[in-house]
Design a protein around this ligand. Structure first.
Ligand code: NAD
Length: 298
């Protein structure tokens, strides 16, 4: 059993670290938010007052933070991970961030004598709770193999994606496809309703037909159809519009850098940004459904 430091105990970090506790590991956790820390304590995590304290005795360090700027601050800051982690600790960043920042962290970690992998995840909060996440891991092969054993209690699938930064590259493309599928569910659910279809009848058809997708199975944006959907809880975030807009923006940036035209991703990115502009940044990204309905009725 290992001592694991966990930094970032939000929607994903809390259920993920809880699964490491269940697997018998000692987990020491840190977050800026007191409610996040309280939830972690309920899960059996030993919460700490600083990053340095969290890192005491850590053999592995996981970070699950919102954006690249947060990962950069947590790893590179004066009070951060590279300054305070035990030198033999394996560092695993599971946040979804831009490839450039991931490469910067790989380089800084290596220079400071640490092993580091980028290991973002897919599967949402339901996958985090059920320990069925897919992990995409970029880095040196030995480090990726070392990470695999620590990740297993949280994962159904662990994929070595290649060199440093490729975990993030895979995640950015995957999420771009997710948001396009979510937009399809948004438009489809509203059109089905306006055509007079019962939502359950339509979902039952689409879920075994060519309209099926992970978004349809997990986030279908109509109340009362899919248990895990935010639509059942007034669109309280399972994946906030702010984080979804960040991911869609990462895909658009990658498109610009590679010369790939991404009109569908652009449309969803605009709708996610509109949610933020209209004050819904902390609501669930599936609330974009309101823009498919001219009268806003979902
Ligand atoms: P979240 O906002 O719920 O959690 C992030 C946590 O990080 C918050 O509790 C915040 O207080 C904490 N934090 C921020 N800065 C910190 C710092 N300097 N020190 C310590 N804690 C800090 O976000 P989330 O939904 O858990 O997502 C986390 C990451 O996982 C994001 O990159 C997101 O894109 C990705 N992701 C999310 C989902 C999902 O369905 N929610 C799925 C897959 C991947």
């Amino acid at each position: 059993m290992s001592t694991i430091a966990w930094i970032g105990l939000g929607h994903m970090g809390n259920p993920m670290s809880a699964n490491l506790v269940k697997a018998g590991h000692t987990v020491r956790g840190y977050d800026l938010s007191e409610p996040a820390l309280a939830a972690a304590r309920d899960n059996g995590v030993t919460t700490c007052a600083s990053i340095a304290e969290t890192l005491e005795g850590a053999e592995v360090v996981f970070t699950m933070l919102p954006k690249g700027e947060h990962s950069r601050a947590v790893y590179l800051g004066e009070d951060g991970v590279l300054a305070h982690a035990p030198k033999d600790a394996l560092l695993i960043d599971s946040s979804t961030i831009d490839v450039e920042t991931a490469l910067e962290l790989h380089a800084a970690a290596e220079e400071a004598g640490f092993r580091f992998v980028d290991a973002p995840v897919s599967g949402g909060i339901s996958g985090a709770a059920a320990a069925t996440l897919t992990f995409m891991i970029g880095g040196r092969p030995d480090d990726v193999e070392a990470a695999r054993g620590h990740i297993e209690p949280m994962a159904r699938k662990i994929v070595a994606t290649g060199e440093a930064g490729t975990g993030q590259a895979a995640k950015i493309v995957n999420n771009m496809m997710l948001f396009i599928c979510l937009e399809a569910c948004a438009e489809g659910s509203v059109l089905a309703d306006r055509l007079g279809l019962d939502p359950q009848v339509f979902w039952d058809i689409a879920s075994v037909s060519s309209g099926n997708s992970w978004a349809l199975q997990t986030w279908y944006p109509v109340p009362g159809i899919v248990d895990s959907a935010a639509a059942n809880h007034n669109f309280e975030a399972t994946f906030s519009a702010a984080l979804a807009a960040k991911d869609a923006g990462l895909a658009l940036m990658a498109g610009e850098q590679t010369g790939v035209d991404l009109p569908a991703a652009k449309l969803v990115a605009e709708r996610l940004q509109r949610l933020i502009d209209e004050g819904y940044a902390d609501k669930d990204c599936s609330l974009i459904t309101k823009y498919a309905a001219p009268d806003g009725r979902i």
